[in-house]
Design a binder for this molecule. Sequence first.
Ligand SMILES: Cc1ncc(COP(=O)(O)O)c(C=O)c1O
Length: 362
Amino acid sequence: MIPLANLKRQYQSLKTEIDAAIADTVAKQDFIHGAKVKAFTAAWLAALGAKHGTACANGTVAITLALKALGIKPGDEVITTAHTFFATAEAIFAAGAVPVFADIDPRTYNIDVASVTPSPHARAIIPVHLYGNAADMGAIMAFAAKHGLKVIEDTAQAHLGTWQGRMLGTIGDAGTFSFYPGKNLGAYGDAGFVAARAEAVGKAMAKFVNHGRESKYLHDAIGDNMRMDEIQAAVLSVKLSHLARWTARRQAVAATYDRRLKGFKTIEQHPGGSCVYHLYVVEVSNRDAVMEAMASASIGAGIHYPVPLHKQPALKDLPCAKTSLPVTERAAARVISLPICADITDDEAAQVCDTFLKIARP
Ligand SMILES: Cc1ncc(COP(=O)(O)O)c(C=O)c1O
């Protein structure tokens, strides 16, 4: 079996370090907002080159936290992409706002701001650096400045990706991260992070994540419980020390796939940005047949994402569903994700390409 991401193999390579970090947390019986969350927060901010941010429970609440801390209110519109995981839109609803979907650039699979005209209710834009590939932050920041929008980068899939030398997630007003187990930096459960450019926004997030308090029993805001726990922070700190190396390996595997799969449409990087290949995505015209062949060869291919958000049943009666997004719809019908992770071997990558090339049609 060649899984989409080989987390068992990753654990075997880190077992001593991870087991010791978890055992230490349990021995100290310090599970909530203790030294390990503090240490991971400092280490992740340093890795990002950012000053303000807070660890939180997952990548979905990270987006809601960012929206709330940036003053997005019920009735506001938030422009985003429909070619993403459902959480991006759920977080907008959780903040009381509504999404407005833009189309994507077929080269990068990321939001194309030229495809949307903001209404007077638009207050923010959430570009998603999908697949680990940088969205065009130059165009997005100019669009946001022109229309008075806050920018929240959904960086759930793009840890250590860059735009013109700066870390993704640090260019807009806020950047959100998911540490879901299968992500490039993954916890052993749910975990997330939200970074802020302004100190005041960072402070508001840190308060909101922990019941709106600064001291134990004094609450000067109505917040929530959205904290990261100490065991997740312990695991993440161990893994963070390997992330740069893992990212380079993902990029090397992607370069091999690019070489072997010439003639197929794959992820194109914007000249200003990098891709950290959370997923390696390639388009085919005969997806069902390819998925079947991959399954028969015990290769864990995936589809990210087969149903765009404006076509989701949960949103069908809402204004955001009544839009036509031809580039998104075409991509959703054609994309397939091939196994990629730091632990895939060269032989396995070759096997993936051989199986794919036998059946796939551009
Ligand atoms: C693009 C995107 N946004 C948001 C999320 C939500 O993150 P989480 O699962 O940690 O809540 C995910 C991942 O699951 C994602 O891929």
